[in-house]
Design a protein around this ligand. Sequence first.
Ligand code: MUC
Ligand code: MG
Length: 367
Amino acid sequence: MKIERIEAIPFAIPYAKKLQFASGEVDTARHVLVRVHTTDGLIGTAEAPPRPFTYGETQASIIAIINDVFAPQITGLTIFQRERVRALLDRTIGNPTAKAAVDMALWDLIGQSLGASVTDLLGGFGEGMRVCHMLGFDTPEVMVEQAHRMRENYGISTFKVKVGRHPVDLDVAVCRALRAEFGDAIELYIDGNRGWSASESAEALRQMADLGLTLAEELCPADDVLGRRWLVRQAPIPFVADESVPTQADVTRELLGGSATAISIKTARTGFSASQRILGQCEGMGVEVVMGNQIDGQIGTACTVAFGAAFAHTSKRAGELSNFLDMSDDLLVDPLQISDGVLSTRPGPGLGIAVDESKLSHYREDR
Ligand code: MUC
Ligand code: MG
């Protein structure tokens, strides 16, 4: 069970509807498929989504760090030495999604070799999660129409609304339209991707005070240190740190510094090994978590639900598990299915995913 080689394969799948938010936009899933091969013929699979506007990684940088730095460090180790792998990868700073994909592919291999699902290995709490859909920037009419489609086709009733535009009234109008259309039948929360200042954020929260929002995420930059603390102190709902917490140390800094009161856990950036630790930190401190979406494809989403379903604390809230629905296609032999607002974990050992080789050869960008 030794790591023999690692493949980092660039692929590109267009979105049917592009996702726009305050820090950027995504119209093509230009991701990296990571495959860890063992000496006895198993293949562990995960995907790394480059998000230059969030972590500074690009498709080319992810491939380079895996091929030039990580693969030489860990080739020859056994698949069970994942803490040694983590220690070696952490000699390099940054590169969160590249590290996370290697970690998750190893967990997939461990599961396959033991005949157990990753969810069972991690904690085995449940068999799926309620789904939250993320609505990107558009007009109130279009966003209401999308929410209708998600409710009717998939039974989804929790929505995260992207905010952070100027003037703030644009986003307030969207949240107001959603609440007016659906009443109490939906849960609504907002994510600003650092688009507003602290005072604009406070004004937006004041204008939306009657809308029953349940969370506010990254409304202003965490680097606006005192402004952000001032905002979080007066926020009437949990204030979620997402892109400001790519490491455990960042979680500690943001929580103890008063810059956040809840944490978004994204397996795309902290894999399973570090996400487990972050979850423990949050649970121990009495801090709520939400399973976030790194604008993942189906492989990344399978990883998120595998982790989120494994623990009681991550299962309390709906997980952000549905944006792959906006992609024109994907790589899995058996596509993920959301029904009655729930995404189930995959049956079968490891992550339970198989890549469709003909789709991969169609979408890969290296040949
Ligand atoms: C999110 O929750 O922020 C958009 C930017 C990013 O890093 O992740 C997405 C979704
Ligand atoms: Mg976010």
